[in-house]
Design a protein around this ligand. Structure first.
Ligand code: DX5
Ligand code: ZN
Length: 220
């Protein structure tokens, strides 16, 4: 299915962690479409961030779709907790589980939308057999683990190739980009075929009074 309307998903990794609930409310009021939550385990990636209890607490005060990006290995043992916490989409990295197809089935059985994430060094072929089974593909435009990194230009071509693979399925699979997304790189990623833009630094560095403008500028 062709590209869908652009949706903006602020990554709360760049928010003020002492005021997370207020930050989520502020980006909601500022026009965010989804809330992107980066879950890091200190094993699959070097950093440790947010667990399911924090997601549950935030979801109580927010009606937006929660887009949970699991950067954990393994994946399966965490799925139920994040589903019960209110995750809408649960995206994982195929390198992190031996049987990614089974993981996709588990996510769906838990009532969530399954997504697959590609690291910059992971080829589209790694998930080609699974595109028909997921609702979202995430092309990482930085190496996962930290916010505030520079956009990796070579991934634009991968986004375009992924767009073509999704179009062939005829299914409404979201094509999301994550990492180094700014008012300059976001519209270029969208031109290459992305339809969900994750942005942490570009939104939260603007300060609460600047969130609406930052979100608008990402739409290009
Ligand atoms: C990186 C995370 C991203 C990150 C994006 O591992 O998946 O979501 O927070 O941050 P920025 O927009 O600052 O590159
Ligand atoms: Zn992310």
């Amino acid at each position: 299915m062709p590209q869908q309307p652009i949706r903006i998903a602020p990554s709360i990794l760049a928010a003020d962690f002492a005021r997370l609930g207020e930050e989520v409310a502020a980006v909601t009021a500022a026009g965010a479409d989804w809330v992107h939550i980066d879950v890091m385990d200190g094993h699959f990636v070097p950093n440790i961030t947010i667990g399911a209890d924090v997601v549950r607490a935030l979801k109580r005060g927010c009606g937006l779709h929660f887009d949970v990006h699991l950067m954990t290995a393994p994946v399966d043992r965490h799925l139920q907790a994040f589903a019960e916490a209110g995750a809408g989409t649960i995206t994982f990295h195929p390198e992190a589980e031996f049987h990614p197809h089974r993981t996709i089935q588990t996510i769906r059985a838990l009532g969530c939308r399954p997504g697959l994430a590609l690291n910059p060094g992971t080829p589209t072929a790694a998930i080609e057999e699974l595109i028909g089974d997921v609702d979202l593909v995430l092309v990482m435009t930085v190496n996962p683990g930290f916010g505030g990194q520079a956009f990796i230009e070579s991934q634009l071509d991968k986004i375009a190739r992924m767009r073509a693979l999704i179009d062939v399925t005829g299914r409404p699979v979201d094509l999301e980009v994550d990492g180094g997304i700014t008012p300059e790189t976001g519209p270029r990623a969208a031109a290459a075929g992305a339809d969900v833009l994750v942005a942490g630094t570009a939104i939260f560095k603007a300060g609460a009074e600047g969130y609406a403008d930052a979100i608008r500028r990402l739409r290009g």
